[in-house]
Ligand binder design. Structure first.
Ligand code: NAD
Ligand code: KPL
Length: 318
């Protein structure tokens, strides 16, 4: 084995390759790829197979709509079956697709490659990090919003902030070149040494809001009509967070949930939209992860368990 394989550090010539490979060219993948590319950052799309590559070429590139403006970017793309080295990868697929997607390019990642994991919830990021012991996995949690207007077309629907932090908290030196690209691209972000806490907090917010919007068939704002249900869930989630050593993520959870319900009153939650449009939800990485963590810590969460059972029943209704 060569020395570079042992140190996790990329070879010098590989460090020079600043290309962002983007795997998962949906709402967020298009949003990130277009903003990076128009700032002059090299971007290369990785499509699932030859058919998707053909569809991309036929679409004539990626299209990003921001306000009244739509711009098309014809970025270089290949299928994952290519064989070039990858030094920086943005994984922008759904949580349930993350492991399969990363497996398709894992052998192309150079030692020390930076891999940004943009998935919601928890569990998928940790599973991917375990698959890539020689890469530098960076977890991300974003409050930005985008949706797909068509194949390879995204609409930037909500300004926000993306928190980034190392999967390995002991190795928390900021990746300066990567962050400089985000600055150039105008992607609002913050590096943190407490990314787990951010992920837990977002997971708790999503668990307190999203399943109830599905069960009540309502917009986020209508949860104001169910204050006791929301309060009880927040209390249980806060207890679970503390049992998991995440006291910071627990503090003020109920107040923030109420603020988010108010601030996003007119919106449908992402889970509501997934169900409404017949798409698979990420429930296993939200409530599923929370209930499994509770079981692990012998923390009783009857409200969350009932919620999960009600949701699963509702999702599998013929
Ligand atoms: P999306 O469904 O729009 O896009 C995912 C893309 O990944 C799809 O194009 C899909 O074909 C592709 N993909 C899946 N498996 C693949 C594989 N094996 N190889 C190649 N491509 C593959 O999803 P999204 O909305 O961009 O969300 C991505 C993640 O970000 C999710 O976990 C989501 O919860 C989270 N998130 C999204 C938003 C948002 O506003 N869209 C906001 C916050 C968090
Ligand atoms: O992130 C969200 C989602 O819909 O997934 C919010 C708006 C915070 C609701 O949980």
């Amino acid at each position: 084995m060569r020395e570079q394989d042992l140190t996790h550090e990329p070879a010098a010539e590989q460090l020079l390759d600043r290309t962002w490979h983007v795997l998962g060219v949906g709402s967020l993948g298009v949003l990130w790829a277009c903003r990076l590319a128009r700032a002059g950052v090299p971007v290369h799309l990785l499509l699932r197979d030859a058919a998707r590559l053909q569809a991309y070429l036929q679409a004539g590139g990626l299209s990003l709509t921001e306000g009244a403006q739509t711009h098309v970017h014809l970025l270089p793309a290949t299928s994952v079956a290519g064989d070039g080295p990858i030094t920086r990868l943005l994984l922008a697929c759904k949580a349930y697709d993350a492991q399969a997607a990363i497996a398709s390019v894992a052998t192309r990642l150079v030692p020390g490659a930076e891999v940004i994991l943009l998935q919601n919830g928890m569990g998928s990021q940790q599973a991917v990090a375990r698959m890539l012991p020689h890469a530098r996995c960076i977890y991300a949690s974003t409050t930005e919003g985008a949706y797909r207007a068509g194949d390879f077309q995204a609409v930037f629907a909500g300004q926000g902030l993306t928190w980034l932090g190392d999967a390995d908290p002991s190795r928390n030196q900021a990746p300066t070149a990567l962050l400089a690209d985000l600055v150039r691209a105008g992607i609002a972000h913050q590096w943190t040494d407490a990314i787990e806490s951010r992920l837990w907090r977002k997971l708790a917010l999503n668990c307190a809001i999203n399943p109830l919007t599905v069960l009540h068939g309502c917009r986020n704002g209508a949860l104001a009509d169910h204050p006791d249900e929301v309060a009880a869930l927040c209390a249980e989630l806060a207890r679970l967070l503390r049992a998991c050593g995440q006291a910071d993520a627990a503090d003020g959870l109920h107040e923030e949930v109420l603020r988010v319900i108010q601030a996003t009153a007119a919106n449908y939650s992402s889970m509501y939209q997934d169900v409404d449009q017949g798409r698979r939800t990420e429930v296993d990485y939200l409530l599923g992860y929370a209930c499994a963590a509770a079981l692990d810590r012998h923390c009783e969460v009857p409200g969350l368990q009932t919620l999960q059972a009600r949701l699963i029943k509702a999702l599998h209704k013929p």
